[in-house]
Ligand binder design. Structure first.
Ligand code: IPM
Ligand code: MG
Length: 362
């Protein structure tokens, strides 16, 4: 199969982790006879520095003409004072919209070898396997009006949360379809005791559930869900929620399973899928070669699964990651007292070596 991809390394640790993810992709492609066609483009702060646009037209063009996009991270403190549309993050949000990527899947799995990395007791986090389904093109991130106005000292800021029935229904269906193939539970998270958007959300999700009689639907307010996520993470199967709640709860899930550096994501629903680790650009550790590349590497697995239906290839990568963790490979975010951390590239190399040593089942 021809895998025609655009790579967007982005900012901070983005290029470092993306490099390892691409090496892993090349290794799997070689082993299983796929041809890779890659082009690399700028996004975020890197694009602002080059052409003063966080999402230049040639980047959009390249993405739209590929079969899938792999992104590192965006965000760069040097641009923090820029107006909203010229921040690195604006490039990512526009890209998600251009690609029609409304469904953001963020699996949070506790690898057996990493139980002790969780701040929770091992018996609480053991076997945690959550699929967060975050609505990605609505809510506060995109709602109009939005503004800051008024004189210095008396300024006034506005953001708007909006959702229509169509946007809720299409993301709910993604969650139910996933649940059917998992443990058949959907927890829909909202704030229906306060927000109109959430009351509409709950009503539409409840209506959709009628088409999925095998799936058990429950609702929870977001504050309570945040608490349950640390009290009993194992009870969660598919967690369906709106854009901002999903942003917050997915970082929390990363903490629960041991490190945000492990979490991968798929943003799908449009013609071209976008795959990126859940973590940000981490400017404090950028350039040091210590970032965890596993979130990016596992994003490659999601890319193969969701954009190319290459389930076997995706599984090979996920198994290789599990195996190197079993063998004790730990980047700085995972290393505990007495364990010596390995670098970003060493972690990548170990995954590649593991992939080479295991003959893929045909
Ligand atoms: C994420 C990130 C982004 C988001 C930022 C970088 C715009 O935090 O993907 O979770 O808020 O969606
Ligand atoms: Mg986030």
């Amino acid at each position: 199969m021809l895998l025609n991809l655009t790579i967007l390394p982005g900012d901070g640790i983005g290029p470092e982790v993306t490099e390892q993810a691409v090496l892993v992709l090349q290794s799997v492609a070689n082993a299983l006879g796929h041809k890779l066609q890659l082009q690399s483009k700028n996004i975020g702060g890197a694009a602002l520095a080059a052409v003063e646009d966080p999402l230049p037209p040639d980047t959009i063009q390249a993405c739209l003409s590929s079969s899938a996009v792999l992104l590192g991270a965006v965000g760069s403190p040097g641009f923090d004072h820029y107006p909203n549309h010229l921040r690195p993050e604006a490039g990512l949000l526009r890209l998600r919209r251009e690609l029609g990527a409304y469904a953001n899947l963020r699996p949070a799995v506790c690898f057996p070898a990493l139980e002790a990395c969780s701040p929770l007791r091992g018996e609480l986090v053991r076997s945690t396997d959550i699929m967060i389904v975050r609505e990605l093109l609505g809510g506060l991130y995109f709602g109009e009006p939005r503004s800051v106005s008024g004189p210095a000292g008396a300024r006034f800021a506005v953001n708007t949360m909006t959702y229509d029935e169509r946007a809720i229904e299409r993301i709910a269906r993604v969650a139910f379809d996933l649940a059917v193939k998992r443990r058949r539970k959907v927890l829909s998270v909202d704030k229906a005791n306060v927000l109109e958007c959430s009351r509409l959300w709950r009503e539409v999700v409840t209506r959709c559930a009628k088409d999925y009689p095998a799936v058990q639907l429950a609702h929870m307010y977001v504050d309570s869900a945040a608490m349950s996520l640390v009290q009993r993470p194992r009870d969660f199967d598919v967690l369906l929620t709106e854009n901002m709640f999903g942003d917050i709860l997915s970082d929390q899930a990363g903490g629960v399973v041991g490190s945000l550096g492990l979490l991968a994501s798929a943003s799908i629903g449009g013609p071209v899928g976008l795959y990126e680790p859940v973590h940000g650009s981490a400017p404090d550790i950028a350039g040091k070669g210590i970032a965890n590349p596993l979130g990016a590497i596992l994003s490659v697995a999601l890319l193969l699964r969701h954009s190319f239906q290459l389930e076997r290839e995706a599984g090979c990568i996920e198994n290789a990651v599990g195996a190197v963790l079993d063998q004790g490979a730990r980047t700085a975010d995972l290393a505990r007292a007495g364990e010596s951390p390995i670098s970003t590239s060493e972690m990548g190399q170990q995954v590649v070596a593991e992939l080479r040593s295991t003959k893929p089942a045909s």
